[in-house]
Design a protein. Structure first.
Length: 195
């Protein structure tokens, strides 16, 4: 297999918040498009900003300020729906540098005048769906993790069913009550259904 046909090496990052977070925010870099297989030191100048991760956004968005900072040339226009209605906006081809040097190349982003709370970028489902996205809130602390490209299916129902199928009555209950399984949830059916 030639180096040109090898799949990209998986990359990942995790963000650990000090408490429960109701917004997923990361520092990122936006690059004018370049060949993502080239060494990162040969990358063009980037623009550093903050991004809001939004599973309700179909596509990723950059502000006009970000586009101007990089002197991006539009590649086209698109109609978008937003809180103010519908409008035609410019599109650009960029690479997005996520935390821990995770690089997503060849992203078509839409330009908007501004984004609420002065974020420079909204990361939409075009990027989120290209990898594996996980959000946990264990111990009252949010952990957000993203891996690119996608490597495996994450299925919490399957995981819980695997754990509960191996439990015996004297084992500690997985609900962390401190009780034995037979005295806690052992009398109920913990097996979960997949939708």
């Amino acid at each position: 297999m030639s180096p040109m046909s090898l799949p990209p090496l998986p990359q990942a990052f995790s963000m650990n918040y000090s408490g429960l977070s109701n917004r997923l925010i990361t520092d990122i870099e936006v690059f004018e498009y370049f060949d993502a297989s080239a060494p990162l030191y040969s990358a063009p100048v980037s623009h550093k900003t903050t991004a809001l991760w939004d599973t309700g956004a179909t596509a990723s968005i950059i502000t006009s300020g970000t586009a101007q900072a990089l002197k991006l040339k539009p590649i086209g226009k698109t109609m978008i729906n937003h809180g103010g209605g519908q409008s035609e906006q410019l599109t650009h081809l960029v690479n997005i540098g996520l935390p821990n040097k995770v690089l997503v190349g060849g992203v078509i982003v839409t330009e908007m005048d501004k984004i609420a709370d002065n974020f420079g970028v909204i990361i939409g489902m075009d990027i989120i769906a290209s990898g594996d996205f996980s959000l946990t809130n264990c111990g009252g602390k949010t952990c957000f993790s993203f891996r690119f490209p996608s490597l495996a299916k994450i299925d919490y129902v399957e995981e819980i069913n695997n754990i509960t199928s191996k439990l015996r009555g004297h084992d500690p209950c997985p609900c962390r009550s401190g009780k034995k399984f037979r005295k806690c949830h052992g009398t109920s059916n913990l097996r979960l259904q997949q939708v």
